[in-house]
Design a protein around this ligand. Structure first.
Ligand code: KDG
Ligand code: MG
Length: 407
């Protein structure tokens, strides 16, 4: 069996999905996702200019060797662009493998450990009342777990994770401006206000609701340690990215002062970015994604290491991941003995479903993976003709005096 060609498509309904299609001489094809949010053309170009020419003529069943050919074979290896591009190839090869076997991909690495995978949604409010309404609305839709982000009094209301009036909670992730929007951040106001939000949530919803919160890399280690200690009483499911992810030693200070579960890793691209924090058991949930961390082969390797160190999965699932990588993660979630939770924002607009037909579905707070062979997601090239690339940026963050801060 040989790979005969591969093509990259960029575009989608309101998003710049980067979709790879690998064709074989036996008519079977595989699909992968290389959507590096707000830098989408770069993995597309990396695939087209460097990786696809080497793929032609290779046996697609040798996914491990092909992964290492691209990883070890690149002298300047790792980084988000390369790992996202390699990841798309890897997903497509697992898709082909499953289709050859006539089996859904999770069967190829051990079958199902559970029927449905618990997911969490994003809830948001410009103030506490709006946030409580948003949580109640998601509970009605069956969610048992919600991420909560709230506007902070005295700070502009459109900060990270907070939808403006009448905006969808998912809007902020992908619908950014044509040039970076500037947000203002005030650590003291945030630290004073957020505990009151969790107090109100527990008063209104009790202790069963799983409550998650994303600090989005904004705090210094000492601030994060004090915040984590103060929040312990509200029994959070996790505190995400309390400090910038590249400083792994910062987590030690948080661990010394608090038992709050820590989730980190959505910006990581390889095992080497998180190996130390997993082995030292400085985190409770690993947030990598199949999209940004080299596809199924490499993500599974991270999950296996995490398993022996009591770290559970909590894969990144912002709406910038296409249904292809959400399916790749869905198969890992169905199998992983150390599954924790999956971030999932219902992507299912009619346009998105038409572009990526599949039988995977959300029901009552759970994601259910279908038994279709391979990844179980298709790609309609006729629909794809409707879309093209539109440049978008993440916002940037400044302190009130103008100093640049972490987005
Ligand atoms: O591309 C960046 C977004 O995916 C990120 O800001 C979303 O932090 C995020 C999350 O937890 O979903
Ligand atoms: Mg996050």
């Amino acid at each position: 069996m040989k790979i005969t060609s591969a093509e990259v498509f960029v575009g989608g309904p309101g998003k710049n999905y980067v979709t790879l299609k690998i064709m074989t001489d036996q008519g079977i094809y595989g699909l992968g996702d290389a959507t590096l949010n707000n830098r989408e053309t770069l993995p597309a170009k990396y695939l087209q200019d460097y990786l696809i020419p080497c793929l032609i003529g290779k046996d697609p069943r040798n996914s491990e060797d092909i992964w290492n050919f691209f990883y070890r074979g690149a002298y300047f290896r790792r980084g988000p662009i390369a790992m996202t591009a390699i990841g798309a190839i890897d997903m497509a090869l697992w898709d082909i493998k499953g289709k050859i076997a006539g089996l859904p991909v999770h069967q190829l690495f051990g079958g199902k450990s559970r029927e449905g995978a618990m997911v969490y949604a994003h809830t948001t409010g410009g103030d506490i009342e709006q946030l409580l309404d948003s949580i109640a609305h998601h509970q009605e839709q069956g969610y048992q777990a919600v991420r909560v982000q709230c506007g902070i009094p005295g700070m502009p209301k459109d900060g990270y994770g907070v939808a403006g009036d009448g905006e969808d909670a998912n809007h902020f992730i992908t619908q950014y401006g044509e040039l970076p929007k500037e947000e203002i951040w005030d650590t003291d106001k945030y630290l004073r206000f957020m505990p009151t939000v969790f107090e109100k949530i527990r008063e209104r919803f009790g202790n069963d609701l799983k409550v998650l919160h994303d600090v989005h890399h904004r705090l210094l280690p000492r601030e994060a340690a004090a915040f984590a200690k103060e929040l312990e009483q509200y029994n959070l499911y996790w505190l995400e990215d309390p400090t910038p992810a590249e400083d792994q030693s910062a987590l030690k200070l948080i661990r010394q002062h608090s038992t709050i579960p820590i989730a980190i890793g959505e910006v990581f691209n390889s095992l080497w970015d998180c190996k130390q924090m997993i082995q030292d058991e400085l985190i409770d949930f690993i947030r990598i994604s199949a999209t940004y961390a080299g596809g199924i082969t490499h993500t599974k390797r991270i999950v296996d290491l995490a398993h022996i160190h009591n770290v559970r999965t909590g894969f990144h699932g912002a709406p910038s991941h296409s249904p292809i990588s959400m399916a790749a993660q869905g198969h890992l979630n169905a199998w992983a003995p150390n599954f924790g939770i999956q971030e999932y924002l219902v992507l299912g607009t009619p346009e998105c479903d038409a572009l990526f037909p599949s039988d995977h579905h959300y029901k009552n707070g759970m994601f259910h993976i279908s038994d279709a062979p391979g990844l179980g997601v298709d790609f309609d090239e006729n629909q794809a003709q409707r879309y093209s690339y539109e440049r978008r940026y993440h916002p940037v963050v400044r302190l009130q005096d103008g100093t640049m801060w972490n987005y």
